[in-house]
Design a protein around this ligand. Structure first.
Ligand code: BGC
Length: 769
């Protein structure tokens, strides 16, 4: 755990340069706008440890699978988001010496991620080996208002000399992925050119053939004013740059404004990329840096208006929650249904930037409440469009008749995961995709979605479950063998309670939706059934039979749902009794020892109780929580939020807060010693859930929002925004009570502590404590 980020309500601030923190900071200070993103690599050269990362959403490479022992059914490749052309580079040369913070004496250093306005600012003073001291200021952002563009303003002031300073803004396409399976480079050069005050490169990905045009146009500054300087063009393989040499006077700044555009063949015809790139660059450079920055601030102000959470009385918590909201918004803006949310977003290579069940289980609740409903709808459409591949994927594993198994990890719908216990067995992900449809419709009331797309996905998923179970003559029940639940510290188990529960729920929900669609849109219903050859009589009867006769492991003595058959055969030593030196288990124990132990990586039975809370009385929830929580090691960042929400539901405010703390500053404090790989973007949605569903007790029931809030002891108040069916509410919880502000023109009815309240349009209401 680290503690070097300075507390601030709106900014993430690092002061002083410690190279050991640099890669962590490269992740934390990452920028993105949904269309592209990049780690906080320095503009000038840096010879210390660094992970370069510039990513273009949706542009990936199918890296050939590398496994020790091939198993039938493994995917051929793992699709990974690519480190793309580096557009941030501005080399600085001072009278023949390259500016490189790894080789300089750095007397002051500060970086600030300004979350309110969406930019990264870095200031430092450094002395070169020959004693020349400079002050540098660099500001950059990825434009939210114009999402194919970015800009950097970089100034250098000589402090103790006058001399020649050369600035070399570049676009460098000669980049690698650290996680490349065979040390290959993934890009070929298509074309490049130096242009007056700029240049571009078009690169093409091997195998997938995506083309990305990355270009720059720059303005040279002397003493804050733009000047015309003859630049020297540099043109190497996969690299274009312009060398600008200036006579710099002591105490007077020189600099560059670098306008950047990144256009991909996903959005433009390859043959038009260069013309469009140049038009974009002309447009933004004419607009100018200050206007772009003002637009950026305005775009972020609009976002914050809808999704800010204000915590009074705890700056560190305030900073953390804003950081989580900020990163989620940088990762996914919901404008394009071909894009999704990688567990590390644009902040690192880990998890290949691919889509996991994290999106449906954790991110959907966040986007439902904080963004226009189309944002979530696009996440659902992403899966709808991949239904064909999910059906192919299931067919490869021997399933028939249109049964769909969505992949554990994917970019375009094809399964990319290659560990048998996950690829073939962690099939609960299928349920999360169905649950997200349910959640979306419950939240938005957009029932048309069900007839247009939802039912087709639900039936295909239900078909999968109906084929995945088998009848046990011994038990006289349906069982599901050989699965891995969300707790990946158990593999190839029988009757995972969560998966069995989810499977029958999916079948039941599919039937319920089928009834609804049959009633509301009979023509669409008939057409769909014909298209997917769904046999209403036999298939529905089969689903019903399974729902009725499914087996769920249960322990009568302790009256808890059993995570799986045989769970109680394990030695039941609680986490609190484990030697501290043994944690985290995944770094300290052999895999077989983990598998034989009772320790649970992440919420499993409790994930099911969270999803289907309304089915259980409080005592049942309490018994299961009290049984499973002491056995859970939370070695997935997705876990504590579920425990926080359930603890809050059970009135255990202290523990709810403890669980929340485990995710809120996970990256800012490098809690798990792994932030250098990238930030835990999907679990950031879990932090938001802990506040809104945990402390705020927010639920959607009977088409209404309901709240059952409490304030963590350390806080004076907290407030959050919720968009709901065209209304926008601000809910503030303080010691005085719950204040509801309706910021929209629509009257809403909400339930607070079990009592219905009507909040008229543009009015507020205080429900006294
Ligand atoms: C978790 C999975 C999750 C994945 C990506 C794993 O450690 O166990 O549930 O989908 O990380 O976040």
């Amino acid at each position: 755990m680290k503690n070097y980020i300075k507390p601030d309500e709106w900014s993430i601030i690092e002061e002083g340069f410690d190279p050991h923190h640099h890669q962590i900071s490269e992740s934390i200070f990452s920028l993105g706008n949904g269309r592209m993103g990049q780690r906080a690599n320095f503009e000038e050269a840096y010879s210390g440890q660094s992970l370069l990362g510039n990513y273009v959403a949706g542009v990936y490479y199918p890296d050939k699978t590398r496994v020790g022992w091939w198993k039938n059914g493994y995917p051929e490749y793992f699709a990974k988001v690519l480190n793309a052309a580096n557009w941030t580079s501005i080399d600085v040369n001072i009278d023949g010496e390259q500016l490189d913070l790894a080789k300089c004496e750095v007397s002051s250093f500060r970086r600030e991620l300004n979350m309110k306005q969406g930019y990264l600012k870095r200031n430092f003073r450094a002395k070169t080996a020959t004693g020349k001291e400079v002050e540098v200021e660099a500001i950059r952002f990825c434009s939210m208002a114009d999402d194919e563009t970015a800009a950097i303003k970089y100034t250098v002031t000589p402090l103790n000399f006058s001399g020649n300073i050369t600035l070399t803004p570049a676009i460098d396409g000669d980049v690698v992925n650290k996680d490349s399976n065979y040390d290959e480079k993934f890009w070929d050069e298509v074309s490049k050119a130096n242009q007056p005050e700029g240049g571009y490169i078009v690169m093409r990905t091997k195998k997938t053939g995506f083309e990305v045009a990355t270009g720059m146009q720059f303005t040279v500054l002397q003493n804050g004013k733009s000047v015309q300087i003859q630049a020297e063009a540099i043109n190497k393989e996969k690299y274009v740059a312009s060398k600008v040499t200036l006579q710099a006077q002591q105490g007077q700044s020189i600099g560059i404004i670098k306008y950047v555009a990144n256009l991909s063949s996903q959005n433009h015809k390859p043959e038009e990329l260069v013309d469009k790139l140049n038009a974009t660059l002309n447009r933004v450079s004419q607009k100018g840096f200050d206007t772009m920055l003002a637009e950026q601030a305005a775009a972020w102000a609009k976002k914050w208006e809808h999704n800010d959470i204000i915590i009074e009385g705890d700056v560190s918590a305030q900073q953390a929650i804003r950081f989580n909201i900020f990163q989620l918004n940088q990762t996914y803006t919901g404008e394009d249904d071909r894009l999704n949310i990688g567990p590390k977003g644009f902040t690192g290579e880990k998890y290949g930037g691919s889509t996991y069940w994290d999106t449906e289980a954790y991110c959907v609740p966040f986007y439902l409440a904080t963004a226009d409903q189309n944002v979530t709808r696009n996440l659902l459409l992403y899966r709808y469009k991949q239904l064909g591949k999910a059906i192919e994927n299931a067919a490869l594993l021997g399933f028939k008749n249109g049964a769909a198994l969505y992949p554990m990890v994917t970019m375009d719908g094809t399964e990319c995961h290659n560990e048998w216990e996950i690829t073939f067995e962690e099939i609960h992900r299928n349920g999360a995709i169905a649950y997200a449809i349910f959640n979306y419709v419950r939240y938005t009331a957009d029932e048309a979605y069900l007839a247009d797309y939802g039912l087709e996905v639900l039936l295909a998923i239900a078909r999968f479950w109906s084929q995945r179970v088998n009848w046990s003559a011994d038990k006289g029940k349906y069982v599901m063998l050989g699965v891995t639940g969300p707790n990946e510290y158990e593999n190839n188990i029988n009757n995972n309670w969560y998966t069995n529960t989810l499977a029958t729920w999916c079948m039941g929900y599919a039937l319920e939706v089928a009834e609804k669609v049959k009633d509301s849109s009979p023509e669409q219903y008939v057409a769909l059934l014909a298209r997917i050859s769904f046999d209403e009589v036999t298939e529905i009867a089969k689903f019903r039979d399974i729902i009725e006769k499914m087996y769920y492991p249960y322990d009568d003595a302790q009256q808890v749902f059993l995570q799986q058959d045989g769970y109680l055969d394990k030695e039941q030593i609680l986490v609190k009794d484990l030697p501290v030196a043994d944690r985290p288990l995944n770094q300290k124990w052999s895999w077989d020892r983990i598998l034989r132990s009772c320790y649970i990586k992440q919420a499993d039975v409790l994930q099911g109780i969270y999803f289907f809370e309304d089915r259980f009385d409080t005592e049942t929830i309490r018994r299961n929580f009290d049984f499973y929580e002491p056995r859970t090691v939370h070695e997935s960042s997705l876990s504590p939020c579920v425990h926080a929400i359930l603890a809050a539901k059970l009135g255990d405010e202290e523990r709810a807060y403890e669980f929340y703390l485990r995710t809120a500053r996970l990256d800012l404090d490098d809690y798990n010693n792994d932030t250098e790989d990238g930030c835990h973007i999907t679990s950031m949605a879990g932090t938001w859930m802990s506040v809104v569903e945990g402390f705020g007790g927010m639920r959607v029931r009977d088409g209404k929002l309901s709240f059952h809030p409490f304030i963590p002891e350390k806080w004076t108040s907290f407030s959050f925004h919720m968009g709901f069916r065209g209304a926008l509410l601000n809910v503030k919880v303080s010691r005085d009570g719950v204040q509801l502000k309706n910021l929209s023109d629509k009257t809403v009815s909400v339930v607070v502590y079990g009592k219905e309240q009507i909040v008229n349009a543009n009015t507020e209401l205080l429900i006294k404590a």
